[in-house]
Design a protein around this ligand. Structure first.
Ligand code: GAR
Length: 189
């Protein structure tokens, strides 16, 4: 199963995938890692791991449609079976979704459909919820919407900040992403 991972930042979830592949715990081919802006640590760590990388810089295109078309082309060039949005903070177009129909996977640090968007952890904490978690789902053209594949709950602790809670969620999220990819790879064989 060939996967392309899209990132906008640190890529710690991506690192968990890289580590699992290296350890022989995940039988997928990391075809490429792409970002929507230059200088992400996600791309840096992938290049260091010898994985092909690409950047389709959102700011380098006249409009969203042109950027979407370029992103679609860049991802398609790697012929992925699954495209993983792993902290990729851009909404893709319906054309992108159509090009990778049933192949676009997203992870989110909340129990969707609650608290979608770029600040799922902050919003959940601000609401005062006691249990949150993470979701791995097939993504559509909405913001963190689409059929849910796996979810796991994480309890909010007294004194949690956005950072401490997000880090605990990410520990679970990394495991859930790797196990979801493992299940998809096994189903493909
Ligand atoms: C992850 O928690 C991911 O779920 C979240 O960004 C973080 C990226 O961390 N994505 C979203 O909030 C999407 N709405 P990472 O760059 O360290 O993997």
């Amino acid at each position: 199963m060939r996967i392309v991972v899209l990132v906008s930042g640190t890529g710690s979830n991506l690192q968990a995938v890289i580590d699992a592949v290296r350890a022989g715990d995940l039988d997928v081919e990391l075809a490429a890692v792409g970002a929507d802006r230059p200088g992400t640590y996600g791309v840096e760590r992938s290049a260091a791991a010898g994985i092909p990388t690409f950047v389709v810089d959102f700011k380098a295109y006249p409009d969203r449609a042109a950027w979407n078309a370029a992103l679609t082309e860049a991802v398609a060039a790697f012929r992925p079976d699954v495209v993983v949005s792993s902290g990729f903070m851009r909404i893709v177009s319906a054309d992108f979704i159509a090009a990778f129909d049933g192949k676009y996977l997203n992870t989110h640090p909340a129990l969707l459909p609650a608290f979608p968007g770029a600040h799922g952890v902050r919003d959940a904490l601000a609401y005062g919820i006691k249990v949150t978690g993470c979701t791995v789902h097939w993504a559509d053209a909405g913001v963190d919407t689409g059929p849910i594949i796996a979810q796991e709950a994480v309890a909010v602790e007294d004194g949690d900040t956005e950072e401490t809670l997000h880090e605990r969620i990410k520990t679970v999220e990394r495991r859930l992403l790797v196990s979801t990819l493992r299940d998809l790879a096994a189903a493909k064989q």
